[in-house]
Design a protein around this ligand. Structure first.
Ligand SMILES: N[C@@H](CCC(=O)N[C@@H](CS)C(=O)NCC(=O)O)C(=O)O
Length: 202
């Protein structure tokens, strides 16, 4: 089975960026349905129990949750591989994803949206937490090009859209440039053809 793939997406959504980047890295053709986050289509609302992007339709299979979609794509379209081979390295990819979803992303949200979405305590602590997050990335990238193993893959794809979001937040995190290896890692990803296609404006 290789029917058309349809992706419900939103250009700037970091979760949707994960999925588009995976599709482009693998050279898989797909159709994008660009959603308006303030007025999601009835079609998407019907398909997604939480009414969110991204959501992938592949034949009669409907998949949501960005990191589940990217692994689904890896299963269906294994080449070029974006998951490492060993069980240990595959676990490391999932641990980076878990860390990103559970820690890095919420810290960015507390920093970016301030008290409109968080408590004053969480907002005040956000820069300290983000410095710890960037220290974690920096220590891995100090001696390695990519987050897991020796090849670009799903760990990088799952984390970089959130670093991107942090890097364009205003006012900026004043310490972001204190982590040069992480910045260089992000810049390398931005040079990839798949990134250009991922962020292309229709
Ligand atoms: N855990 C989900 C998060 C998806 C998500 O939060 N998407 C946001 C856009 S960045 C959304 O669709 N928000 C619409 C809403 O909550 O109404 C994933 O990994 O796909």
């Amino acid at each position: 089975m290789n029917p058309e793939l349809k992706l419900y997406s939103y250009r700037r959504c970091p979760f949707a960026i994960r999925v588009r980047m995976t599709l482009h890295e693998k050279g898989i053709p797909f159709v994008t349905i660009e959603e308006d986050l303030k007025n999601l289509s009835p079609e998407l609302r019907k398909l997604h129990p939480e009414a969110k992007v991204p959501l992938l339709v592949h034949g009669d299979c409907v998949v949501y949750e960005s990191a589940i979609i990217t692994e689904y794509l890896e299963d269906w379209f294994p080449s070029p591989a974006l998951m490492p081979f060993t069980a240990h390295d595959r676990a490391k990819v999932r641990l980076w994803t878990h860390w990103c979803n559970q820690h890095f992303k919420p810290h960015i949200d507390h920093f970016k949206y301030g008290t409109s979405r968080s408590t004053p305590d969480l907002v005040e602590q956000a820069p300290k937490h983000l410095n710890a997050d960037l220290t974690k990335l920096e220590s891995r990238l100090e001696h390695h090009t990519w987050l897991v193993g020796e090849h670009f893959g799903l760990a990088d794809i799952h984390v970089f859209p959130f670093y991107r979001q942090l890097s364009i937040t205003t006012p900026p995190l004043t310490t972001i440039d204190d982590f040069p290896k992480t910045k260089a890692w992000f810049e390398q990803i931005c040079l990839r053809n798949a990134f250009e296609k991922t962020m292309h404006k229709e």
